[in-house]
Design a protein around this ligand. Structure first.
Ligand SMILES: [Mn+2]
Length: 225
């Protein structure tokens, strides 16, 4: 369902990507059990029905993909399988844990300059990183530059999540497991590290290496729906 850049990011960090299509639950479980980590990639908006909302500013949606990723995320949380989310992946982690979304930043929160509207180019802005967060341990202190191509974002974090980076306008740019889920490596970023040079300060290498370090097994197979 995604571009090669996610697979390349996993491989560059020393993992083996395993593409996971939408499947019935039993089949999905077989593939999930082979994997040592989960990467939730970017993509289309979540179906608002996943969080009980009606039609709105979303573009194309894919309910079967939503269902697949929701199952994988729930299993990963229960099993403490390391998880890295990217863009849509941050929205999936938010919704899977009961949080809510800004469904369209420019019209709902007033935040502009994040891209993600049809035909709009990729934007760039800085992020501030929360001291003491998992993201801070991986990337160091901010401000750091990121690319930005999202018209949605986390609005409320949901159960046992905290914001670990935000844009100057206050938009959440990273979330991670916290509180009772602190022992779960679950981190999601709103930007696109897989489209930056791997060794860029906010590129994929440090993030995916962090994901792989949190796994128990080698070789490290990364489920990539
Ligand atoms: Mn942004």
């Amino acid at each position: 369902m995604q571009s090669m850049s996610y697979f390349s990011a996993v491989e560059a960090a020393g993992g083996i990507p395993l593409g996971i299509p939408p499947l019935p639950e039993d089949s999905l479980r077989v593939l999930y059990e082979m994997c040592d980590a989960l990467l939730l990639p970017g993509g289309m908006d979540l179906d608002p029905a996943t969080y009980g909302a009606g039609p709105g500013p979303e573009g194309e949606v894919h309910p079967e993909l939503d269902r697949t990723e929701m199952l994988l995320t729930g299993w990963a949380r229960r099993d403490r399988l390391p998880l890295l989310g990217i863009c849509r992946g941050a929205q999936m982690l938010t919704v899977a844990l009961g949080g809510t979304l800004w469904r369209d930043l420019p019209t709902e929160s007033g935040a502009v300059g994040h891209g993600g509207t049809e035909g709009e180019p990729t934007r760039h802005h800085d992020i501030e990183i929360t001291p003491g967060s998992r993201l801070h341990a991986l990337l160091g202190p901010g401000p750091l530059p990121v690319n930005s191509r999202h018209h949605q974002a986390t609005r409320t974090t949901g159960e046992n999540l905290r914001v670990s980076a935000q844009a100057p306008d206050g938009t959440p740019e990273a979330i991670e497991a916290a509180g009772p889920d602190e022992d779960w490596f679950a981190l999601a970023v709103q930007w696109h590290p897989e489209e930056l040079p791997a060794d860029h300060p906010t590129g994929s290498l440090r993030l995916v290496e962090g994901l792989l370090r949190a796994t128990r097994e080698t070789p490290r197979l990364v489920a990539t729906p």
